[in-house]
Design a protein around this ligand. Sequence first.
Ligand SMILES: [Zn+2]
Length: 445
Amino acid sequence: MIIKNGWIVVDYIRNYRDGAVVIEDDKIVDVGPTEDVLRRHSGSGHDVIDARDKIVIPGLVNSHTHISMTLLRGYADDLPLQEWLEKWIWPFEANLTGEDIELGALLGALESIRFGTTTVYSMYHYHPGHNEASGLIKAGLRGVIGIAIFHWSRDKNIKMFWDAMGRWHGRDGLIKVSLGPHAPYTVDPETWMRLPEILNEANERYGDRGRVIISSHIAEDWRENELIRDKFNVDIPGGSIFRYLEKFNILSGDFLAAHCIHLNQVDLDLIHKYSVGVAHNPVANLKLGMGFADTPKMLEKGIRVSLGTDGPASNNTLDMFETMKFAALINKPIKRDPSVTPANIVFRMATEYGALNLGYNDLGILKPGYKADVVILDRRKPHLTPVYDIYSHLVYAARSMDVETVIINGRIVYDGGFVNTSLDDVISRVENRVYELLEKVGKGD
Ligand SMILES: [Zn+2]
């Protein structure tokens, strides 16, 4: 397939105003000015997409969500975190079957694709046959599923992790499985201690099908350190959660820490020292009143900060264009400096850094040898005219609904309609099932 005559955004610096991308199987094989690319591939018999007046970008990477929670979108809003979880979310979730989790993931996958996201990291409960992975595959979305681990169900969760590795890791070239210790206040020291060995073994046995990472919620709530001390009777040295985690030998470039809002200088130094990745979720953080990460400081230190929406119950969408705009704006008033988190760096966070944080070294850039995850936007729109700076447009002006075509792993999955599944059918199934679930939790009317 050749996409020609488009404004090709290779990465956060390089772009061709009139460029082309060549895709063969699941990989990008050539990128450059249209004229040069066509000369190199003349008579090659590729399918041609004319991308005149279009912007062609690497697919966006949503590096933190709980995608099946689309089923709980708007179910309970504007409540304090603990009340929200205990009175609303957990009782609802207790009734979810594997089929429900798959259906919620399928709906979230369609939403993600429609909005130009081609890879998600999603942590949730796992059922062997039907789960998030099976939902993502039905839509054709690339994803890393995190098997949630809590200390009260540790043995069962670890068993599930190995089951998921065997069944789903590497499946269809789209799915990876990862370790998802939920958070330091729901995972006890004994469990943390066991995780490095499990991660190493997973990479030794299954790493050839994709690097296995570990991801956890870190420092989302300002009360967390106190909670951990009280719950597990442990010391958080110098109030540094990363100093605490360091002693479990779990920190590395394979560790992705979501949120990282309430940190001190020691934490930042350790994140940098161990090359830990950070997933920043500005919309959900604002909605839950948690505060937000000091991303300018992190980026200045060279920390890989990627972007996430967090779950659709606390956002309430999976819209990465909206997330990019929030990420660009959120720290400017705090720093009293509009030059922090500039548009092209935010674009890098949503693409290349997202891919790296999920353990892919061949994703997130339109480069030969990289995976062919490509998104095409229509720029023949009032709000996208004129164009001076393409990155400013993508972050500040573009809307997720400007996405026109989505290619994942070299295959078109959206071109105005979903290729792999019927949206109408998915919406009807979700509406019927949610009605039944509400009856079960006594919130039917
Ligand atoms: Zn989360």
